[in-house]
Design a protein around this ligand. Structure first.
Ligand SMILES: [Zn+2]
Length: 77
C-alpha cells in the first residue's frame, strides 16, 4: 500500500491531468494546431489534448493529415 492510489472513479470526476478533446473540439482547434506545427511552435502546449485525440481517432487524424498537406502547399506557393 503506497497510499497514492486513488480510486479511478474519483480521478475521472476530478478530471485527469491529460485532457482529451472530443471530435467537435478537435475540429475547431485543428486549423490553429496545424498552423502552430508548421510554424515550428509547440502545438501540443497550445492545444493540449489534441494530439491524444488524433492518436485515438482515425477520422480526425486523417483530417489533420489533409489539412497539414493543404497548408504546406499553401505556404510554398
Ligand atoms: Zn475525432
Amino acid at each position: 500500500m503506497t497510499g497514492r492510489d486513488l480510486d479511478p472513479t474519483i480521478l475521472r470526476l476530478l478530471g485527469s491531468n491529460e485532457p482529451e478533446l472530443d471530435c467537435d473540439e478537435c475540429f475547431a482547434q485543428l486549423d490553429r494546431y496545424v498552423e502552430l506545427e508548421l510554424a515550428g511552435a509547440p502545438a501540443d502546449m497550445h492545444v493540449p489534448g489534441l494530439r491524444a485525440h488524433l492518436v485515438g481517432c482515425p477520422a480526425c487524424a486523417e483530417e489533420h493529415e489533409s489539412l497539414r498537406a493543404l497548408l504546406e502547399l499553401d505556404s510554398v506557393s
